[in-house]
Design a protein around this ligand. Structure first.
Ligand SMILES: *[C@@H]1O[C@H](CO)[C@@H](O)[C@H](O)[C@H]1NC(C)=O
Ligand SMILES: *[C@@H]1O[C@H](CO)[C@@H](O)[C@H](O)[C@H]1NC(C)=O
Ligand SMILES: *[C@@H]1O[C@H](CO)[C@@H](O)[C@H](O)[C@H]1NC(C)=O
Ligand SMILES: *[C@@H]1O[C@H](CO)[C@@H](O)[C@H](O)[C@H]1NC(C)=O
Ligand SMILES: *[C@@H]1O[C@H](CO)[C@@H](O)[C@H](O)[C@H]1NC(C)=O
Length: 464
């Protein structure tokens, strides 16, 4: 049985498959890797290159994406009107498989983060690219260090047309537009052009907050009608400490009213405060039994989706990392508790203030001032896209979702991928130095495989 998983780190990317193990080495740093589940093909976004590999990692096609003459101060297209363009490297910022269109969404750091659509069976063929539609089509970040994540979804327009879209989240870069989260159409409709942001006027998009919280996005995924973003951010201006959050919004929420943030603590004193990478996969039977027995998450059954996250510690100068696991049921339960507190109990849980409004423009600090909304019936709360609250909610740190760390090791984990084989759940953890640890997740997780790092940007298949 061929099992696959992908892992993207600063230096290493792996894929777990049936024998024989294969590998692909890139000359440049690898930024992103995606796999098309339909064909098994793997797409690798590296600095200045895009590679298309078949299921056994043999190179099929590649195209050069940079360097090109560009300037962060110029509006694409770059013409003689641009005063001082320089040969600039193109960092891949986002890759998404768009199966119904037969295309791959590719966004780089050049030309204000404009994206293109390329043919899934031949990445040398560009299916859509336009650099003349202006700021509304700038998607990714021009900056190397600003992380960008995205996830495909669908959107029903006010005139009831279903559009293919993707949601993008990106951190703050001084030279970028400031939208934290946006919804980008993948097709023209009404006045909208491809890649235009079609959701406006949400407090989640307000610029000043983006800078204040220094978001570092690590993952985005959809599950059962919800979109989730995983990131670390600070608690506010002047506070440099990082905390990990998961944000959830309803897939059919046209205004992001349902956007809610929940803090995730990795270890009970939140020693591992900063998320580095995450993966969502079902729990195998053995892991489900262990998670149930831990008593931290209620009953977990085999097949339940679990968020596997690798976290680092800002306080630990030696650099210790941990793996923490959160069943999605547990995350949803904790989010529901926070939202319910706001509607039914003035934002209080056990007499304590449990929620705040991190992106509110007014000086409202919790739900008490929102009397009108509290009269709503609980059942209304989960009517996604309904007019919720004037500003998105976040649960306070005391009402974070904590879990005991599962696997701790010195060094920086930068990537995680998980595969389930019969009853067993196996995590592949990539480190900053390029090592890959193969960890069996049981009640006492242990690692039984380790590939030493050699600092080359490469992709490997693994036998389970
Ligand atoms: C993509 O390329 C393949 C192979 O060249 C071709 O058959 C197919 O029509 C192309 N798809 C699109 C949407 O152009
Ligand atoms: C995520 O969204 C895509 C596109 O709308 C859809 O095809 C897929 O089924 C969704 N996945 C889940 C797990 O909901
Ligand atoms: C793919 O999307 C592009 C941009 O919306 C569109 O021009 C093209 O017709 C689509 N192709 C297919 C095969 O759906
Ligand atoms: C928080 O994370 C940022 C990087 O995202 C880092 O520069 C900063 O030093 C971290 N804060 C602390 C207190 O370590
Ligand atoms: C989560 O961690 C924070 C410290 O970052 C702590 O103040 C808070 O009490 C923790 N929450 C829970 C529920 O353990």
């Amino acid at each position: 049985m061929a099992l696959w998983c992908l892992l993207v780190g600063g230096l290493v990317s792996i894929a777990a498959g049936s024998s024989p193990p294969r590998s692909f080495t890139s000359t440049n740093l690898i930024n992103n890797v995606v796999r098309d589940p339909a064909s098994g093909r793997v797409y690798v976004g590296a600095v200045n290159w895009l590679y298309q590999l078949d299921a056994s990692l043999t190179l099929e096609r590649h195209r050069e994406t940079g360097p090109h003459k560009d300037s962060p101060h110029c509006t694409p297209p770059i013409t003689s009107a641009c005063p001082d363009p320089k040969e600039t490297h193109n960092h891949n910022k986002l890759l998404l498989v768009h199966p119904t269109n037969g295309s791959l969404v590719v966004c780089g750091s050049l030309y204000r983060g404009i994206c293109s659509l390329v043919n899934l069976t031949d990445v040398q063929q560009t299916l859509y690219y336009s650099d003349s539609k202006g700021e509304k089509t700038y998607v990714a970040s021009t900056e190397e260090d600003v992380s960008v994540v995205g996830v495909l979804s669908t959107y029903t327009s006010p005139d009831q047309h279903r559009l293919d879209v993707f949601l993008v989240a990106k951190g703050y870069g001084p030279a970028d537009g400031s939208k934290l989260i946006s919804t980008r159409t993948l097709e023209e409709h009404a006045d909208w052009v491809v890649f235009e942001n079609i959701v406006e006027a949400s407090t989640v998009q307000a610029g000043s907050f983006v800078q204040r919280y220094l978001h570092h996005f690590r993952h985005a995924f959809n599950e059962s009608g919800y979109i989730y973003f995983l990131f670390s951010r600070t608690a506010g201006l002047g506070d440099k400490a990082n905390f990990t959050f998961i944000a959830r919004l309803c897939e059919n929420d046209r205004h992001y009213y349902s956007y809610t943030e929940l803090q995730l603590n990795c270890s009970h004193n939140n020693q591992y405060n900063k998320i580095q990478a995450a993966y969502v996969a079902p729990a195998g039977a053995e892991l489900a039994r262990h998670l149930t027995a831990s008593g931290e998450h209620g009953e977990v059954i085999a097949g339940d989706q679990v968020l596997y996250g690798v976290f680092s510690s800002d306080e630990d100068s030696v650099g210790t990392s941990a793996l923490c696991m959160y069943p999605l049921k547990s995350i949803n339960r904790a989010l529901k508790r926070v939202v319910s507190a706001c509607y039914n109990n003035k934002g209080l849980i056990d007499g304590k203030v449990a929620v705040y409004l991190p992106y509110d423009t007014k000086e409202r600090n919790h739900c008490e001032q929102q009397g009108d909304y509290q009269q709503k019936d609980l059942a209304d709360i989960y009517q996604c896209g309904d007019e919720f609250l004037p500003s998105p909610l976040a649960g306070k740190a005391e009402f974070a979702l904590p879990t005991t760390e599962s696997f701790v090791r010195s060094g920086m984990f930068t990537a995680v991928s998980v595969a389930v084989e019969t009853d067993h759940t196996v995590a592949f953890l990539g480190t900053k130095g390029g090592e890959v640890l193969k960890v069996h997740l049981t009640d006492a997780p242990y690692y039984y495989g380790c590939v030493p790092g050699d600092n080359t940007p490469s992709l490997m298949t693994f036998n389970l």
